[in-house]
Design a protein around this ligand. Structure first.
Ligand SMILES: [Zn+2]
Length: 482
């Protein structure tokens, strides 16, 4: 990993805020006893929402959480927490209190595309199809360096919306790696084994990353953007790599009618049949969109525990079609359905709460997806899909990825105090909003709404500059041609 690039990005947009700043006052929720904290107590939490060991949604009232290093050690009423002097104490009962949930899990993103925000309005006089096909052209005008800043921009926005773990696909491993390091995000960093924008990408290149996976902050994985663009010889190699390194494969599956037909034309079979032919129908495969598939294939995907990512906003904006949610559910596939944001080209706001809401209203005409189900899709199901059994729940032994949402907030109030489950409905229907605080792997990442490792003022200025530079390069090119 080029250390000089990391240093450069860090210098330009990085920040390291002293944890003592604005702590230890009567007003603050934070009591810091040791700067390099390893033990944390989150006390007096009015409501914790989580799934339990059996995946049942539970609401814990007036509990506290003890953490050592990156692990949750206890979730109990305060009097049952083992007495010790904690390095850091967070009082979640203060000033109206906070609702605590597990960090949300985003199973489909393209973080390097963040500079293309507002892309759907770049060519608004054209049809949606033309606009989308122009995206690739826009991307050509991004520099390698700009992808680093884009990825930091994308991950920090996700974090401020409560997301702590993300699976991203893209041509560049480096940009994800640097951004994960700077933002401390849990990143599954899937690199395209075949790429239009980077013809040098190959299964061998991804294998080299997997051989060195312990050296990286992010976790390498393999991505195949479209199966119709992937030759069988490449699929054979990919299968071998997956078996050798037990890594994850992520694909866009039957995203549009066009893609489904192209696969039939190129390979003489459907995308599910291609996966089956190469023995890739299993829990190491993550299939996004999954719209144009036959009923028999839905059963096969469900039976073989293939991870599914539902992206209702992206599907709607791109006029792709409707994901057969209830068919998957009826085939017992529900546990492997998660939610993703996609890139800012497909959903301007990088959060999962509005995505859950979109899922609710998309399928309402058939049956209603309950709020508890949507909550699971954002947490426990997401962890299962990404093969991360120690994330997505607030239980002893799990990684300490925790979101703090302010309770005295328009998104929550009013709610039924006798039925706090109403808070989950409020959280989802009120939609995306910024977290008050956020913890990843036992460390505070967002404190009092401020990112602790990224200077957002500087970041936004850099992103704006890079965006305009990209536009400038495109303008010149257009002038040159006309
Ligand atoms: Zn995508």
């Amino acid at each position: 990993m080029p250390e000089n690039i990391l240093k450069k990005v860090q210098k330009e947009v990085g920040a390291k805020i002293d944890i003592f700043t604005d702590s230890n006052t009567a007003h603050s929720r934070y009591e810091v006893n040791k700067k390099n904290y390893r033990t944390v107590l989150i006390k007096n939490i009015p409501f914790i929402f989580t799934c339990d060991e059996k995946d049942k949604l539970v609401i814990l009232k007036n509990h506290s959480i003890a953490i050592r290093d990156d692990l949750i050690t206890q979730v109990e009423p305060l009097e049952k927490i083992k007495a010790q002097k904690f390095n850091l104490i967070y009082d979640a009962g203060k000033r109206g209190g906070t609702v605590v949930t597990p960090g949300l899990i985003n199973t489909h993103a393209h973080i390097h595309m963040y500079l293309l925000r507002s892309a759907m309005t770049l060519d608004e006089e054209k049809s949606v199809d033309e606009t989308i096909s122009n995206m690739a052209a826009w991307q050509k005008f991004e520099t390698e360096e700009s992808l680093f800043y884009a990825s930091v921009g994308d991950l920090t926005e996700q974090q401020k919306n409560g997301i702590t773990t993300t699976l991203t696909h893209g041509p560049s491993f480096e940009s994800g790696e640097i951004a994960a390091k700077i933002t401390r995000h849990n990143l599954l960093n899937a690199v395209s084994a075949v790429s239009n924008s980077r013809p040098s990408n190959s299964p061998e290149m991804v294998e080299k990353l997997l051989q060195k996976k312990n050296q990286f902050y992010s976790t390498p994985a393999i991505s195949l953007h479209y199966l119709y663009k992937t030759p069988f010889a490449t699929l054979r190699k990919v299968k071998k790599i997956i078996d050798a390194y037990q890594t994850l494969l992520t694909v866009h599956l039957a995203e549009s009618q066009n893609v489904a037909e192209s696969t039939l034309r190129t390979h003489g079979m459907s995308e599910v049949e291609v996966l089956k032919k190469f023995k890739l129908l299993n829990s190491h495969t993550i299939a996004s969109h999954a719209i144009y598939i036959k009923p028999k294939e839905i059963i096969e995907l469900a039976e073989n525990q293939v991870g599914i990512v539902h992206l209702p906003t992206s599907n709607t904006l791109h006029k792709s079609g409707v994901f057969p949610f209830w068919q998957f559910n009826d085939a017992n596939g529900y546990k492997n359905i998660s939610l993703g944001t996609d890139s800012v080209v497909s959903k301007n706001q990088l959060d999962l709460l509005t995505e859950a809401y979109q899922a609710r209203i998309t399928h309402l005409y058939s049956r209603t997806i309950k709020y508890g189900t949507l909550f699971k899709m954002m947490t426990a199901n997401g962890a299962r899909v990404l093969n991360l059994p120690d994330r997505g729940k607030i239980l002893p032994g799990m990684k300490a990825d925790i979101v703090f949402w302010k309770l005295r907030d328009r998104g929550f109030v009013p709610y039924d105090e006798n039925n706090p489950a109403t808070l989950i409905g409020n959280l989802i229907t009120h939609g995306g909003r910024m977290v008050r605080d956020l913890m990843i792997n036992g460390k505070i990442i967002v404190k009092d709404r401020r990112h602790q490792f990224v200077n957002e003022t500087k970041l936004l200025d850099v992103l704006q500059k890079k965006h305009m530079e990209m536009r400038g390069r495109k303008e010149k090119r257009v002038d040159f041609h006309t």
